[in-house]
Design a binder for this molecule. Sequence first.
Ligand code: ZN
Length: 327
Amino acid sequence: MKNAISGIHHITALASDPQRNLDFYVRVLGLRMVKQTVNFDLPDVYHFYYGDEVGTPGTLLTFFPFPGAGRGKRGIGEVSSVAFSVPPAGREYWIGRLAQHGIPFDGPLERFDDELIAFHDPDGMQLELVFIESAESGQIWKDGPVPVEFALRRFHGVTLTLGILQPTASLLTDTMGFRILHPNGDFVRFLAGTGNGQAAVDICIRPTLPPARQSAGSVHHIAWRVPDDSTHRLWQKKIADTGLPVTEIVDRQYFHSIYYNEPGGVLFEIATDPPGFLIDESKGQLGTRLKLPPWLEPQRKLSEQLLPPVSLPGISLATIHEPQEQG
Ligand code: ZN
């Protein structure tokens, strides 16, 4: 469909301890830290971007870590699970890897004929690995701790837990161009985007749950992707035309953004693919030092004083052996 959303751009969540978050996503899950920056609206809080080798939209999971933050409470009006696709050959590998890192998991489970395992990050955020050949593998990080053939590929999709289906379903299908599939158990699946960017959006209706309360371990928002700035402006108008309040276009340095709340309470963003993560660092240097946008550069000293120091597994990361090889 012309001007339909082309898939997920990034997903942003809240964490507590920055080093623990970094260690989990880089050392255990094998995502690459592609940008180490600050929350542009709170420059004393980190913003970590994890993704594939170059931060391809559709692979980007990002965090605002607030040291000492308590855990969020699950409920309605939030993204309750984030799923990555992994080639089916990686099933035994990941079951073994999670077990060796002492991470409890559920599964293998089945949903919409896909096999998956579910577990939680150190702050209690639910993650899933769906064992499926994804249409496109992005650019896998070759120097990471996970063998390339088993590496997380890209987002398979998300689960939204909501109180009622209809208002959100209408927005997704009528406005955003998602396709709806038949319900499967507790879930109704929507497909966002097409081809390489396609992502599953599963809605789980739980009318008796209280509203979610966001803190560490909660997804803060989900960003959908569009290819360029002119399409982005069309989307701003299209969302405004539905009657939902939508923000001005915000410069996020690596992409441009608009934000709006969908009727079920989940914060949505629409972000542009360009300019991307190579705008201020070379491919080899991505994520290795604190980057600030030009307008925050004058405050660099202050940010560096306020941010807790973290150490990124660097060159040595490639030499961290798999747990089974250490014994
Ligand atoms: Zn965002």
